[in-house]
Design a protein around this ligand. Structure first.
Ligand code: APR
Length: 237
């Protein structure tokens, strides 16, 4: 059986990584998240944007994958599993999932905002959140930015193509921990529904996908995912 998982911030919430829309992490909570995840926000205040991403880069290093991530990785023992994630953390990988297609980039990749060269140099140390941090410089004179897809930017072609392929060849699409508000990622479940693929939504809250999903499981990821495959036949009847 081929299972494709489309995950969002909700699968990492129980690991202690705030979801995008309720990340009330003190220092930056007064800023509109779009202000911190857009080219305009970067151009207006690169130090603030860099501070926010650097803090989350370090935060993710201090947390662990949860039972939801581990369940998805364990499915690989019995099925062909592809993970497509909107998340920029590495918790799926650290739980053992492979491949993991990152639609919105990663907190662990950086590049020059001017010449696009990948940056593998030193990062400023950060033990406490600091509102603004000077980004490192590139030899070309540009500033180093997170290699993350900001609002208004195109998704990386490779991961997107692989995500569409994983969605259109899946027997089951499990959509977990996403509000389903951001396209084109939110279009993947619609593609699966249109093809008659079994679509299972796992989310404690309703989303725009809930009405068209084959099954909606109103539970958290770490509660639902460990037993989901055993429960699936009963859920589908
Ligand atoms: N288990 C499962 N789902 C959860 C849990 C949990 N423990 N906790 C919260 N959720 C759900 C919420 O109900 C919500 O529907 O996770 C979803 C989180 O939604 P968002 O914060 O909007 O995150 P996401 O859907 O990943 O955002 C998509 O938009 O914010 C940008 O680029 C950013 O990748 C992000 C994209």
């Amino acid at each position: 059986m081929r299972i494709t998982v489309l995950s969002g911030a909700g699968i990492s919430a129980e690991s202690g990584v705030p979801t995008f829309r309720d990340d009330k992490n003190g220092l930056w909570s007064r800023f509109d998240p779009y202000e911190l995840s857009s080219v305009q926000g970067w151009q207006r205040n690169p130090e603030r944007v860099w501070g926010w991403y650097l803090w989350r880069h370090y935060l993710v290093g201090t947390v662990e994958p949860n039972a939801g991530h581990r369940a998805v990785a364990a499915w690989q023992d019995h099925a062909e599993v592809s993970v497509v994630t909107q998340n920029v953390d590495d918790l799926h990988e650290r739980a053992g999932s492979s491949p993991v297609h990152h639609l919105h980039g990663s907190l662990f990749d950086f590049r020059c905002a001017t010449c696009d060269l990948p940056y593998t140099g030193q990062l400023p140390q950060m033990t406490e959140p600091a509102l603004e941090v000077e980004p490192p410089g590139c030899d070309c004179g540009g500033l180093i930015r997170p290699d993350i897809v900001w609002f208004g930017e195109a998704l990386p072609e490779g991961p997107w193509q692989r995500a569409v392929e994983a969605t259109t060849t899946a027997d089951v699409l499990v959509v977990v921990g996403t509000s389903g508000l951001v396209y084109p990622a939110a279009g993947l479940p619609e593609l699966a529904v249109a093809r008659g693929t079994v679509v299972v939504e796992v989310n404690p809250e309703p989303t725009p996908l809930s009405s068209s999903a084959t099954v909606t499981v109103r539970e958290s990821a770490s509660t639902a995912l460990p037993t989901l495959m055993q429960r699936l036949p009963a859920l589908l009847n």
